[in-house]
Design a protein around this ligand. Structure first.
Ligand SMILES: Nc1ncnc2c1ncn2[C@@H]1O[C@H](COP(=O)(O)OP(=O)(O)OP(=O)(O)O)[C@@H](O)[C@H]1O
Length: 290
């Protein structure tokens, strides 16, 4: 039995519109399924927990990275597999696993029942992150986008946020303990995670491997905002790691202390904290892959 958790807000309504296509395919294949529609942010986690109790074998996130994040936080540490139909805006987690955006092709992957276990990052003991967590200028932009979205539409909200943050941004002073090695840095941004992509296609952690037992770490040290504008396009291809201002690590445990409260983006969702602890949890999420 397959549970589909559909986020009507994902991909500007694209996920919700695809329900009839999914229904048609599942009926043709004569496979039992049930739809759960999220009603508010965070509801995907609640619904995924319900689906586990109802003996579904696969719980499918129908939406973008936010939906995947919520579903994973509901099914973690169970034997239930995560399926993905990438119908969000960015779909960065699905991009890593090459799950097609075509609904029928994504459904075919689910029915192959080819599964594997991947690692998670457990953040501050309670949030499970399977893609990328990040702090610094890009996380601050994410906070601003949420504010500007109340008044402006997508791209305009993003552009205004970027300009606003770029002008004001002062590199954060942080202490980062990476598997016992303490470093102090003034950062433009830092990212931690299991997979490579964020921000709708930036290959920020090019060497990430979700089943190697480590979290990848990247730190971009203080540089001029002008240089940062050159670094960002390089990150689309994962070529930024060769720059002098960029440090990379692999670690099992990371502890970050900042002088003031930081925005931390976890799989695209923002939380605020001045202490961030990330621990790798091996083989904690089962996913359907091709
Ligand atoms: N019924 C709902 N109404 C409003 N927001 C919702 C609802 N259900 C879930 N959400 C929220 O919608 C947000 C966006 O979802 P999601 O990230 O899947 O789509 P997206 O932003 O289009 O894609 P991506 O993150 O891949 O760019 C999530 O933060 C989620 O918590």
């Amino acid at each position: 039995m397959i549970a589909f958790i559909v986020n009507p807000a994902a991909g500007n309504g694209k996920a919700y519109k695809m329900i009839p296509k999914i229904e048609k395919y599942m009926n043709e294949k004569n496979i039992k399924y049930k739809f759960f529609i999220t009603k508010y942010p965070g509801h995907g986690t609640v619904l995924a927990r319900e689906a586990i109790k109802d003996d579904f074998e696969i719980v499918v996130a129908v939406g973008g990275d936010g939906t995947v994040h919520e579903v994973i936080n509901g099914i973690r540490d169970s034997n239930v597999a995560l399926g993905i139909i990438p119908l969000g805006t960015g779909n960065d987690f699905a991009r890593y696993f090459r799950i097609p955006k075509d609904v029928y092709k994504a459904l075919e992957i689910l029915l192959m029942k080819n599964t594997k276990f991947i690692d998670s990052a457990v953040i501050n003991k309670y949030i499970t992150c399977n893609n990328v967590a990040n702090i610094g200028i890009d996380a601050d932009v994410a906070v601003q986008v949420t504010r500007f979205k109340r008044f402006f539409s997508g791209i305009l909200a993003y552009t205004l946020s970027l300009i606003n943050v770029l002008f004001k941004y002062k590199p954060y002073n942080v202490k980062i303990d990476i598997d016992g090695k303490m470093i102090k840095r003034k950062i433009m941004l830092a990212a931690f995670g299991n997979c490579s992509f964020y921000g709708g296609g930036f290959k920020i952690l090019p060497d990430a491997n979700p089943d190697d037992g480590y979290l990848d770490v990247i730190i971009v040290n203080e540089i001029s905002k002008f240089k940062l504008l050159f670094l960002l396009p390089m990150a689309i291809f994962g070529k930024h790691t060769s720059l002098k201002c960029v440090e990379t690590y692999k670690a099992e445990k990371i502890h970050i202390d900042a002088e003031k409260e930081l925005a931390l983006c976890v799989d695209g969702e923002v939380i605020l904290s001045n202490t961030i602890v990330l621990n790798v949890k091996r083989n904690s999420v089962k996913i359907c892959t091709n």
